[in-house]
Design a binder for this molecule. Structure first.
Ligand SMILES: [Zn+2]
Length: 259
């Protein structure tokens, strides 16, 4: 397995009760185990319980995680705009120094458009929070292209389109506030995105703890992954050390104002 030398910030991780299988859940202790074993400096974490149980349950879980981890695990507020009380968790997130908002239109069942998300973007702007979103496949009503009206309407809100879809690349090229993440992305696609955009628009994410060794048996076995393996796969695509440092660390530190 091994650890890597370079500092790493993983911007896309989850605790909580995962969708798809009752009983599969990860805790702050699981993510801290991964951090220690694999040399991850910090993680940005949202709770999947927000979609499987309820938004407030997930927000409370995330706040408790921030308290217990000494800040190594930083909170992201998973917002479900269907929840009529979604704004009630904003104060909790502010109090616990959350670093941004996570949205997941697929799991929370809504099409991406301004009527669904204008208020969420307004909240992000008020608090200086970037938004990380699950980006669905190109052409779907939850795909990258559907975000363009929001990107234009809210230029002060950084938007990270996760999973580096092809249709997200020109958006990141055209708009200063659009970024991409590497979560579950083929390393060849990351190579092409670096060629198209340079390294400053791409951030490292994994959807940990899925697939990582957490020190105990888990409910759903997944193909094993390691940070060293993910990063060496990027190196093998010819992405140089300076670019990699930006992708796995500096861009996240600067975008999410991490110390
Ligand atoms: Zn995710």
């Amino acid at each position: 397995m091994g650890t890597t030398e370079r500092p790493i910030i993983d911007i896309h991780t989850h605790i909580g009760r995962l969708p798809g299988m009752v009983g599969e859940q990860f805790t702050a202790a699981d993510l801290l185990y991964v951090c220690h074993q694999e040399g991850v400096h910090r993680m940005l974490v949202s709770s999947a319980s927000a979609t499987t149980v309820g938004q407030h349950f997930g927000a409370e879980e995330t706040a408790a995680m921030v308290r217990d981890s000494g800040g190594r695990l930083a909170g992201m507020l998973w917002v479900n705009p269907h929840d009529p009380a979604w704004q009630d968790d904003v104060e909790l997130a502010v109090r616990h120094g959350f670093k941004g908002i996570k949205i997941h239109p697929v799991l929370d069942h809504y099409d991406v458009d301004r009527s669904a998300l204008d208020e969420v973007f307004a909240c992000a702007r008020t608090h200086g929070w970037p938004i990380l979103t699950h980006t669905d496949g190109d052409g779907s009503t939850m795909g990258a292209a559907r975000y363009e009206p929001l990107i234009r309407a809210w230029p002060e809100v950084p938007l990270v389109l996760a999973h580096l879809r092809l249709a997200a690349v020109p958006l990141a090229k055209r708009y200063a506030n659009v970024f991409l993440d590497t979560t579950y992305v083929d390393p060849a696609m990351v190579e092409l995105a670096v060629d198209a955009l340079g390294p400053s628009k791409i951030l490292f994410g994994t959807d940990a703890a899925e697939g990582f060794e957490v020190g105990h048996a888990v409910a759903r076995a997944r193909p094993r992954r390691t940070y060293a393996g993910l990063i060496s796969a990027l190196e093998e695509r010819g992405i140089g050390a300076a670019d990699l440092d930006r992708i796995v660390y500096t861009n996240a530190r600067d975008l999410f104002a991490l110390d």
